[in-house]
Design a protein around this ligand. Structure first.
Ligand SMILES: C[S@@+](CC[C@H](N)C(=O)[O-])C[C@H]1O[C@@H](n2cnc3c(N)ncnc32)[C@H](O)[C@@H]1O
Length: 381
């Protein structure tokens, strides 16, 4: 079967590794477009939805085609020609979730309307049954995307609540990091079991919590299940999910994870989140200053930071000073194989601080985070 996942654009190389780990055979990686096409068996559906840490949504791919000057008639045509009786049962309801990017003479609402009509007519032709539309709580979610000249039609196996909504968050930081991005940055760092992981501006604790879940092998689906009524579309039953759950071996090993922030209110929230994620005992939360790390720590192996940008929080002059003082302090606690990974939307200001503090840039790339372009820097001494 063919599938495609969606993820935060820019992090494709990390999600690609995860897909391959779950047994998917990569067909195409859309760099910086947040999409990966691949094939795999049915088991990959519960695997990705229950275990993946970097994917936002998994769809079964039904149709994909480049159509120059694509029109609404083309959309109707391609949707009508799919055999929907394989995917929707007579008594089930469905909803089209449309998406459009690029210049077109129609809107995404038009796509939804036309694709919905085509699906209903196609089903009537094959089964003589008129399917019900339910936009609020559909049994089957159909994704119809027109991205520039390309049409993609798929069945959403994840549901309306994407996988970055983990279900453990009870405290909402005003600028919290997306959990799939946090996990991707941890994978990027190649943090080893015996190494210290420090998030020096941890806010509500997303990075340390994702790190603890990863090392303790706690599946992200565990908390989604309770909170969002985790379910797949009804095409294979739940035996496969049960099988996957039985194979998971969580551990209670000790890992060296530190979350630091100067704001006690955020730290209290981070602890609430960690408690809800069952990893409070794995993380050491400390109230402190990221510009004075050298006064507290001798040596840290992996530092992952999501500092304030000045767009969402604080003002630019303060941010510039913070970036400089943070890099000057963090440098003193790094050793030859330490890695520092930073995600920020203030990339120019951060680059100035990198140059001033003489860091080696091993890698850097853009990541789209909720409509905001951010840059990830991978630094060593
Ligand atoms: C963008 S937020 C981090 C959000 C976090 N990644 C999360 O998911 O909730 C930046 C954080 O940096 C903290 N911060 C700013 N300056 C700091 C400093 N000098 N020392 C420690 N923390 C600082 C703020 O309190 C804020 O919580």
């Amino acid at each position: 079967m063919d599938y495609y996942i969606t993820l935060s654009p820019g992090l494709e190389k990390i999600s690609k590794n995860e897909i391959e780990f779950f047994g998917g055979k990569i067909k195409e990686v859309r760099e910086n477009r947040g999409r990966i096409f691949f094939s795999g068996d049915l088991e990959i559906i519960p695997k990705i939805n229950y275990l993946s840490r970097t994917v936002e949504r998994l769809n079964i791919l039904l149709h994909r085609e480049e159509i120059p000057n694509i029109s609404l008639e083309d959309v109707y045509d391609r949707v009508y020609n799919i055999d929907w009786t394989e995917w929707v049962k007579e008594e089930q309801s469905f909803a089209i979730r449309p998406l459009r990017a690029g210049e077109h003479s129609f809107t995404s609402i038009d796509i939804g309307r036309v694709a919905g009509e085509a699906l209903i007519k196609s089903y009537q032709k094959d089964k003589n049954v008129r399917l019900k539309v339910n936009l609020d709580e559909p049994d089957v979610i159909v994704r119809v995307e027109v991205i520039f000249d390309e049409l993609i039609v798929g069945i959403d196996t994840t549901g309306d609540v994407a996988l970055d909504k983990r279900g453990y968050r009870v405290f909402n930081h005003p600028a919290h990091l997306n959990a799939t991005i946090a996990s991707s940055l941890i994978y990027l760092s190649e943090w080893k079991d015996d190494e210290v992981l420090l998030d020096p501006m941890c806010g509500s604790g997303t990075i340390p919590i994702e790190g603890a879940l990863m090392k303790r092998n706690i599946p992200i689906g565990k908390f989604r299940e309770n909170k969002y009524g985790f379910k797949f579309i009804d095409i294979f039953g739940y035996e496969l999910l049960d099988k996957i759950k039985k194979e998971i071996a969580e551990n209670k090993n000790i890992y060296k994870i530190i979350g630091l922030d100067r704001n006690q209110k955020y730290l209290d929230g981070a602890k609430e989140n960690a408690k809800n994620a069952e990893v409070l005992d794995t993380i050491n939360f400390i109230c402190g200053d990221a510009t004075k790390l050298h006064e507290r720590f001798d040596s840290v192996d992996v530092i992952i930071a999501n500092p304030p940008y000045g767009i969402r929080m604080g003002n630019k002059r303060v941010v510039k000073k913070l970036y400089n003082e943070f890099l000057s302090s963090v440098k003193k606690i790094m050793h030859g194989s330490s890695r520092l990974i930073v995600i920020t939307a203030e990339d120019r200001m951060f680059r100035d601080a990198i140059i001033k503090n003489n860091f080696e840039v091993k890698d850097e790339f853009n990541v789209m985070f909720g409509g905001l372009m951010t840059r990830v820097f991978y630094l060593t001494l």
